[in-house]
Every structure is written in structure tokens, then in C-alpha cells.
Design a protein around this ligand. Structure first.
Ligand code: NOJ
Length: 524
């Protein structure tokens, strides 16, 4: 069985995790120093967001050198120390691979611009203007405006699905494929256990670069998100041919032991699942709940549908560095936190690889970033859609800047309350952090009993009753009490999100609103 089949992941957004130098930006030495905390929490694999040399226009997702470390974050020796320490603590390491685009500062792009006859020109997607003289097609950038920028010198446009300084690579070019084989080998040789593949659904484009059909009217004042939603993205993403790339990566020597986790940012279940198995990826990140308002009936149905399509192919997430934190999305405060935790308990009992986003274990809500302090390019285009609120510094202790830095943080935000910090929550056995840790421990303890497939049993709408082997989970995501019929036999309570359950249950149980419980089969 692959190591990731029973693991729990943890996403470190490196800029905001822990700053060891006082320059206000998190770094590898800061992560290494806190690995013990992650081992204590009980996660198995740490995914670190991009740390490569980069102009930081998209905070690292604009890579200028795929085999280095930006001095902001340390150097290769610091990276090695990080991997070594993780190893000592029994933690695995995953890194973020950004193959859809480079930075415009990457030497390949510089060569491509400098000389249209250079081999590097074909590493990117340059095209002459469309028939009317404008961009070659109607594709939009995720971050606003057209997905094409005009290069005056050559009279051609180049494609960028994100910022103009993030030109898309041409994955039909064998030289690009070879270059990435070397990049993967480089990091595998340095001891990484897997890759989170950025924009995994969009590496290949439709060969004709045809327009995307427009499905909604497009207002001139539309935000980047609204403009993207106005099109059916059948030509700029979701191409079946992208799977060849992942199959190729998995066939590299040693890669079968490495987890390939795709950021397949599509809400279409069949499309997402098509990248799994023979599609080359080991896991796809689960995005069906992302950017959505609280809807317990729809959410439970989504989780059910996805878990039934592939019971161990999803990396369950509801939080990341790209969107508002779940307790905030789910109406805030204790209610928002309880709602998120109820669903997380379900994630923790399903096969697959759940990921905790830094701070999720504390029940953190979004940080507050004032309009004049916005850093994220998306937030600069449309404040309401900005990603800064989920990227504010990790609160370590009730101190200046919550112990994140001795300097001034790169992202200014409102101070966190003392009870939101790790130090305060570690000292309080009733804290969210302790409950979260207990959930991870129960997942690990019960792993040998979670054999066989997932069975979804009859339960009211908005309530999940899921049996995996000898383990039974009931998650009542609704705001009302639920009567749930347990399968025959006795069930001993192993975990509950809020205290109140009986030690052993059988028959029909009453589950309070917004709570989840995990049971193990036991004699009556
Ligand atoms: C997804 C990443 O998670 C996001 O932060 C980034 O801006 C885009 N991909 C572009 O690389």
C-alpha cells in the first residue's frame, strides 16, 4: 500500500509560517524550527508552497529557477536541513511544482523575447494577433483581463492564464517535457516524497486554441472571478492529453513511491477523477466545497458523490492559501468553526489524503487586511476576491505580531486574539487545537480497522452516516438535531466534536446539530 493511503497532510504557506531572520517573511529555518509542532499535531506529510527564486509577483507561483531556493526563504543547504529534520521526526515532505507557467524573469522567457528564432520561443505560446488585430482568442486571465499580452518587438501575443508576468509553457514541446523530467529528478534526489502540481488541469490547451464558449453576459465591471465564470472553459483547460504528462512523470525512476497530488481546480467530478489512476495522478485535491457559502445538504452530497467515484483518490481540503478560511465562509465564530470541524471529521474518516491548511487546526477565521495593505494581485484587482485574509501570519504566541516575526510582517493585518494562538491553545486541553489533534490521533489508531470500501448508509439530508470497515462516522452538518439509525451491533464512541455522546450506542441515536462522532464496532 502506498504511504499516502493513510496519511494526513499539512500545507505550509511558507511566507506566512515562521520568520527566523526578522525580515518579515517566513523561511525554511522557521519551518524547520516548528516541525516538532507538526509532529506533535500528528500530521504525516508537510507540503510547502513555492520557495524557488522568484520576483514574487504571485508570491512564488512565478518561478524564475526551478532548482533553487529564493534567498528570502534560505538556500539549498537550509532546504536539506529542513528535509533532514523532517526525516528525523518521521515527517514526509512534498513540494509545489509549478509547471503551467514560469515567471517572465525565467531565462527561458527572456531568451524567447530576445530572439523569436531562439529554441526557447517555442517553450511558450506565442501567436499572431487575431483576425480583428486583437488577442488570438477570447481566453481570460484568472487574475483579470485577457489571457494574452502583446509583445511589441515581434508583433505577437503570448499566452498567460494568470498574470502577464506568468507566461504559460508550451507542453506540446518535447524540450519542455525533458526539462521538467530533470526538475522532478533533481528534487526526488534531494529527498522529497511528493509533488503538489499547480494548475494540474490546464497544462495542455486545445490544439486549435479556439474561443471558449461564452455562457453568461460579461459586464465591463466584472471582477476577475465573474469574468472567468462567464465562459465554459473547454479549450483552455481540462484537456485529456494532459494525462500523458503525469503518466510520464510517474514512470521516472523512483517516482512510483512519490505522491503526485494535482491541483485539479475543476468542480466537475468526472473530469477531476479522469486524472486519477491511469490518468497518472495519485490524488486530486478536492475543490467541490471551495468558494461556496454554507449549504449542508449540498456539501454532504458532494462529499458522498466524490468519495463514491474514487474512494482513495481525493486529497480532501476545504481550506488553502487561495480562499477565505472555512469558519469565515461558514458564517463565522463558534458556529462557523463547528461547521468546518464537523465536515473535517468526515474527511478524516474517509480514505484519501486530507490536508490541514496552516491555522485550520486552531479554528482560525480570516485575518483582517485593510484595503491599503492588500498585497495579493487578485485583491488589488478586486478587494472582495483577494487572498490576503487567509494568508496572514501564523499566530504562534500572544506577542507582538503573534510571534511570527521580530520585524514587520510582509502582510499587515489586525492582531490575533491571545486565545487564537498556538501557545494559548496548547495550554488549554479543551481548545480547538487539542480536539483537532485528538481527531488525527483517532484516525491513526483506527486505521487498521478502516479496511474495505466506503459505505454511505441511509441518513437524513445534510447528515452523513459512513461506514468504512469497523469504523462508523456520523456527521450532522445541519442546524437541527438528527435521529440516525446505526447499523446492527454496538458502537463505541471514539471521538466527538463536542462532548455529550454515550460510551456505547446501538439502534437509533440523536445527534446534536453541527456535530460529528466516530464510532468503532464493539460487542453490545
Ligand atoms: C494556484 C495556486 O494555489 C495559486 O496561489 C496561484 O496563484 C495559481 N495557482 C497560479 O500559479
Amino acid at each position: 500500500m502506498s504511504w499516502w493511503a493513510s496519511a494526513v497532510g499539512y500545507e505550509v504557506y511558507i511566507r506566512s509560517f515562521a520568520d527566523s531572520t526578522g525580515d518579515g517573511v517566513g523561511d525554511f529555518a522557521g519551518v524547520t524550527e516548528h516541525l516538532e509542532y507538526l509532529a506533535w499535531l500528528g500530521v504525516d506529510v508537510v507540503w510547502v508552497t513555492p520557495f524557488y527564486p522568484s520576483p514574487q509577483a504571485d508570491f512564488g507561483y512565478d518561478v524564475a529557477d526551478y532548482t533553487g531556493v529564493d534567498p528570502l526563504y534560505g538556500d539549498l543547504a537550509e532546504f536539506d536541513r529542513f528535509v533532514g529534520r523532517a526525516d528525523e521526526l518521521g515527517l514526509r515532505v512534498m513540494i509545489d511544482l509549478v509547471p503551467n507557467h514560469t515567471s517572465s524573469e525565467h531565462p527561458w522567457f527572456k531568451a524567447a523575447l530576445a530572439d523569436p528564432a531562439s529554441p526557447e520561443r517555442d517553450y511558450y505560446i506565442f501567436r499572431p494577433p487575431g483576425p480583428g488585430g486583437g488577442p488570438p482568442n477570447n481566453w481570460r486571465s484568472h487574475f483579470g483581463g485577457p489571457a494574452w499580452t502583446f509583445d511589441e518587438a515581434s508583433g505577437e501575443y503570448y499566452l498567460h492564464l494568470f498574470l502577464a508576468v506568468q507566461p504559460d509553457l508550451n507542453w506540446t514541446n518535447p524540450a519542455v517535457r525533458d526539462a521538467f523530467d530533470d526538475i522532478l529528478r533533481f528534487w526526488m534526489d534531494r529527498g522529497v516524497d511528493g509533488f503538489r502540481v499547480d494548475v494540474a488541469h490546464a497544462l495542455m490547451k486545445h490544439p486549435d486554441l479556439a474561443d471558449n464558449p461564452q455562457i453568461l453576459p460579461l459586464d465591463r465591471a466584472a471582477t476577475p472571478g465573474q469574468a472567468m465564470a462567464a465562459f465554459d472553459h473547454v479549450n483552455d483547460m481540462g484537456q485529456a492529453s494532459t494525462r500523458e504528462i503525469y503518466r510520464r512523470w510517474k514512470s521516472l525512476p523512483g517516482a512510483d513511491e512519490k505522491a503526485l497530488v494535482g491541483e485539479v481546480y475543476v468542480k466537475d467530478l468526472a473530469l477531476s477523477a479522469s486524472y486519477l489512476g491511469d490518468g497518472g495522478l495519485d490524488l486530486s485535491l478536492f475543490f467541490a466545497l471551495n468558494r461556496r457559502e454554507w449549504d449542508p445538504v449540498a456539501f454532504v452530497e458532494e462529499i458522498r458523490a466524490w468519495s463514491e467515484v474514487s474512494d482513495n483518490g481525493f486529497a480532501w481540503t476545504m481550506a488553502s492559501h487561495d480562499e477565505n478560511r472555512p469558519p469565515t465562509r461558514f458564517r463565522g465564530g463558534d458556529l462557523g468553526r463547528a461547521r468546518a470541524f464537523t465536515l473535517w471529521t468526515l474527511f478524516a474518516t474517509l480514505p484519501g489524503l486530507p490536508f490541514v491548511y496552516q491555522g485550520e487546526e486552531l479554528g482560525l477565521e480570516d485575518g483582517y487586511v485593510a484595503p491599503e495593505d492588500v498585497q495579493d494581485p487578485v485583491g488589488l484587482a478586486a478587494y472582495a476576491e483577494g487572498r490576503d485574509p487567509c494568508r496572514t501570519p501564523m499566530p504562534w504566541k500572544p506577542d507582538r505580531h503573534s510571534g511570527f516575526t521580530t520585524g514587520e510582517p510582509w502582510l499587515k493585518s489586525a492582531p490575533r486574539r491571545p486565545e487564537e494562538t498556538i501557545a494559548a491553545q496548547r495550554a488549554d486541553p479543551e481548545s480547538h487545537l487539542h480536539r483537532f489533534r485528538r481527531l488525527l490521533a483517532v484516525r491513526r489508531e483506527l486505521a487498521p480497522l478502516r479496511t474495505g470500501g466506503v459505505e454511505w448508509l441511509a441518513a437524513p439530508a445534510g447528515v452523513a452516516l459512513v461506514r468504512v470497515g469497523q469504523v462508523l462516522t456520523v456527521a450532522n452538518a445541519t442546524d437541527v438535531e438528527a435521529e440516525v439509525g446505526l447499523p446492527p451491533g454496538g458502537w463505541s464512541l471514539e471521538f466527538e466534536t463536542a462532548t455529550g455522546g454515550d460510551r456505547v450506542e446501538s439502534g437509533t441515536v440523536t445527534v446534536p446539530p453541527t456535530t460529528a462522532r466516530i464510532y468503532q464496532a464493539s460487542p453490545l
